[in-house]
Design a binder for this molecule. Structure first.
Ligand code: NAD
Ligand code: UDP
Ligand code: UDP
Length: 319
């Protein structure tokens, strides 16, 4: 039994050099945890962790989770996986391996240590949903052979593995289905809609709306999301999820473009581009379960969250 009961928990965060992972690490360190970050720096950056250099309770290991990992920790947050469509479609086979082999290795690690493990799953498991808003009991509408499938099916298989390790090996699991989240430290060139629109507005370049811009998404600010993940990790053992975490306020991409233009004061024009294949038409989480089981609801609405995000992209960090 690899538990050290004399000190704060030792927490492993895979994908900790990425956007969500680096914010999670900040919060865990603030709570006094020892944090081990494992990341292969595929989409993440050490720059996201620069401010932690020399921190006595923080450690970084450059490692790919598709390979076994032998460390001693008390809790695992499994976030390692490219999240933006251009990144996860860059090497789709590697994306599926990261989700599936990565889950097997981290579950094997959790099984050896008998420790809790949380999976960063995604609203993409619902695909192009035929139920709206999406509840956790909806099984989804996913194309198994399209350009998004490496991510969607990889994440679905990871959920299957989590529940089979739970049933077969009695592992304590937590599965969070994360909906579109944004904030400082998103990669400015990751192609996601919030980073694209802000960078385009700041540079005075055309705002690229794919299709007519009538497709919808619900955007959660990163601080709210991290609060939800940590509440889920701290929840009772029978609270396995899957649980939706996201902001239920829904916007069309056209509305998002107008908000970004207004907040940046940009003179950028709108430019329509073809809609990518299998692009979900609408997405909004039903967060009743997160409210009931975790006492969680997002507090920061879109305009409030866009301001610090715009400041981040406008600042020296991204040049
Ligand atoms: P991100 O790309 O910024 O972070 C992912 C991190 O995982 C990066 O640091 C990357 O280098 C690392 N990584 C990728 N493959 C790896 C591997 N094989 N081994 C080790 N490290 C690896 O993305 P993010 O937005 O921070 O997303 C974090 C997690 O949350 C992902 O699992 C993603 O699927 C999930 N998620 C995010 C969102 C969102 O809107 N941000 C929505 C749904 C789900
Ligand atoms: N594993 C790991 N770290 C550990 C324990 C296991 O990376 O501390 C990996 C190991 O490589 C194995 C996988 O997790 O392939 C699944 O482990 P499990 O015990 O479930 O399966 P088995 O070892 O029986 O294949
Ligand atoms: N999108 C857009 N312009 C862009 C980037 C994305 O109109 O420059 C659209 C995209 O087609 C999708 C939505 O914005 O309908 C959200 O895209 P993102 O890649 O951020 O996330 P996901 O599709 O995975 O929700």
């Amino acid at each position: 039994m690899a538990r050290n009961y004399d000190s704060q928990p030792r927490v492993l965060v895979t994908g900790g050099a990425g956007f969500l992972g680096s914010h999670l690490i900040d919060r865990l360190l603030q709570q006094g945890c020892d944090v081990l970050c494992v990341d292969n720096l595929f989409t993440g950056s050490k720059r996201n962790l620069d401010h932690l250099a020399g921190h006595p309770r923080f450690e970084f290991i450059r490692h790919d989770v598709t390979f076994p990992l032998y460390v001693e920790v008390d809790e695992i947050y499994n976030l390692a996986c490219p999240a933006s469509p251009i990144h996860y479609q860059h090497d789709p086979v590697a994306t599926t391996k990261t989700s599936v082999h990565g889950a097997i290795n981290m579950l094997g690690l959790a099984k050896r240590l008998r420790c809790k493990i949380l999976q960063a799953s995604t609203s993409e498991v619902y695909g192009d949903p035929t139920v709206h808003p999406q509840t956790e009991d909806y099984w989804g509408n996913v194309n198994p052979i399209g350009p998004r499938s490496c991510y969607d099916e990889g994440k679905r298989c990871a959920e299957t593995l989590f529940f089979d390790y739970h049933r077969q090996h009695g592992l304590e699991i937590k599965v969070a289905r994360i909906f579109n989240t944004y904030g400082p430290r998103m990669h400015p060139a990751d192609g996601r809609v919030v980073s694209n629109f802000i960078m385009q507005a700041l540079r005075g370049e055309p705002i690229t709306i794919y299709g007519e811009g009538q497709q919808t998404r619900s955007f959660c600010y990163v601080d709210d999301l991290i609060d939800g993940l940590m509440r889920l990790m701290a929840s009772p053992a029978d609270c396995t999820g899957p649980v939706n975490l996201g902001n239920p306020n829904e916007f069309t991409m056209r509305q998002l473009a107008d908000k970004v233009l207004a907040l940046t004061g940009s003179k950028s024009k709108i430019a329509h581009r073809p809609l990518p294949p299998d692009d979900p038409r609408q997405r909004r989480p039903d967060i009743t379960l997160a409210g009931a089981r975790l006492g969680w609801a997002p507090k920061i609405q879109l305009e409030e969250g866009l301001r610090p995000t715009i400041d981040y992209f406008a600042g020296a960090h991204v040049g």
